[in-house]
Design a protein around this ligand. Structure first.
Ligand code: GLU
Length: 453
């Protein structure tokens, strides 16, 4: 068999749809599995939608997923091939040459300024590696416009010419293109060119069971980058949308998926996108991430979203990261959970006001906690922090320390949920805990922690 050459051929629309990302991924997997070549070709012939930003979204998404291409537009992450870069907008002369070639076969004709290709009326047979043999009735199929009145060549034509010119051996793309394929085959045949193999991968459906559209939440790959998902997790999840590793395996390192990825294992039935499952999978990757990788990931995401975190003393920042990591699953949650520690002027949530600071005993309990922490040993550990809470609860005649503990959390963080409390107190250190208690009590006494809504 010839060396495998596959391609991802996105049109720049302004976002990289989950379905497009999966098409890119499957092509990449097949190229890496077979030791073949992965080509990136930007199908940017529609000038009205063709902007640099729209192209950058594609590059960015592919780099985020780690899908490096071997030939195609150069840039970081891409390796300039001897034949790249591939932007259809730059290949006009090639299309003109092929138009001439097709015209010379006598299978085209001019019609009010446009050039049309005479579609054969015989049944169009597509032999597809995923869908099997599919036959299209062409008795009423209109002839195909291949060059518009304005002189620009049409998608079907340039798509075929490029696959031919680039020596593509396998066209792996979304099933929405299956109905185009018999037209493409007719063009190959008219040009006397050998056919590539076709593999049309099943559509991705939303929770409602219809084709996932760009209006569905989470339909754009960028959504997951913005939400601080781990690209390895998203990539793993996308692999399972239309391909199965067999057995009940789901979480697999990418090298292992590359090793196993065969086109014969592509599913025929449509894949349902399950955001909760992806969230779960992200959590699995999150938990098992190496400390060093977490450290890189978290510094990037903090630098981007909470630059003030850079001003925190390093032990505090590191300590917070460690205990917050245990309770969250995405980078977005991580940065949000960081907020109460970026400033000593932190805010108090509505819930903490309602549940904790509206308690009439709160000021005395806060004062008792202050006193307890003043008397406790300087180097606070979890056990001594817990002992302070118990002692304050007992002195107040409370049967259990829970009330004191919840109040303490609200006082030092302004929130009712957060990292494990005693670990948090140790990370904050005794001085910060005391000053936060004082601040909260004073605000409370000044009537500033009432319920606002
Ligand atoms: N530019 C086409 C699209 O984005 C790609 C078609 C193909 O993969 O052949 O749908």
């Amino acid at each position: 068999m010839n060396k495998v050459r596959v391609r991802f051929a996105p049109s720049p629309t302004g976002l990289l749809h989950i379905g497009g990302a999966r098409t890119a991924l499957f092509n990449w997997l097949y190229a890496r599995h077979t030791g073949g070549t992965f080509v990136l070709r930007i199908e940017d012939t529609d000038q009205s939608r063709n902007t640099q930003e729209a192209v950058d979204v594609i590059f960015r998404g592919m780099r985020w997923l780690g899908l490096d291409w071997d030939e195609g537009p150069d840039g970081k992450g891409g390796i300039m091939g001897d034949k790249g870069p591939y932007f259809q907008s730059q290949r006009g002369p090639i299309y003109a040459k092929y138009l001439e070639k097709l015209q010379s076969t006598g299978k085209t004709y001019e019609d009010s300024g446009a050039l049309k290709f005479r579609m054969p009326k015989t049944p169009g047979i597509v032999k597809d590696l995923v869908c099997g043999e599919v036959t299209f009735d062409r008795t009423t199929e209109p002839d195909l416009v291949i060059r518009r009145k304005d002189g620009s060549p049409v998608f079907h034509f340039v798509n075929v010419v490029d696959d031919l010119e680039m020596g593509i051996t396998h066209v792996i793309r979304g099933e929405d293109h299956l109905t185009n394929t018999h037209k493409h085959i007719a063009l190959y045949e008219a040009l006397g060119a050998p056919l590539p193999q076709f593999a049309h991968i099943p559509l991705i459906l939303n929770q409602g069971g219809s084709k996932m559209s760009k209006r569905d939440e989470g339909a754009a790959l960028g959504f997951y980058e913005d939400a601080g998902y781990l690209p390895q997790a998203v990539r793993n999840y996308l692999c399972l949308l239309g391909w199965s590793p067999g057995a009940k395996e789901e979480i697999l390192p990418i090298d292992e998926i590359v090793r196993r990825f065969e086109l014969k294992d592509l599913n025929r039935s449509n894949a349902r996108f399950d955001g909760l499952k992806l969230f779960w999978m992200n959590g699995e990757y999150w938990r098992s991430m190496k400390d060093e990788d977490f450290s890189n990931f978290s510094s990037d995401i903090l630098a981007k979203n909470r630059p003030a975190a850079a001003n925190l003393p390093q032990p505090l920042r590191e300590g917070l990261l460690k205990i917050i990591r245990e309770k969250v699953r995405t980078g977005k949650e991580l940065v949000e959970w960081f907020d109460p520690y970026l400033t000593e002027e932190y805010e108090y949530s509505e819930e903490s006001r309602k549940k904790q600071f509206s308690n009439p005993e709160a000021p005395q309990l806060l004062a008792a906690l202050e006193k307890g922490f003043c008397e406790a040993s300087d180097a606070m550990d979890e056990a001594s922090a817990e002992a302070v809470c118990k002692q304050v609860a007992e002195a107040a005649g409370l049967p259990k320390p829970a009330k004191v503990i919840h109040l303490l959390r609200a006082a030092v963080s302004g929130r009712t949920v957060g990292p494990s409390l005693f670990a948090l107190l140790v990370v904050l250190g005794k001085d910060r805990v005391k000053s936060r208690l004082v601040r909260t009590r004073q605000l409370l006494e000044a009537g500033k922690l009432g319920v606002t809504a």
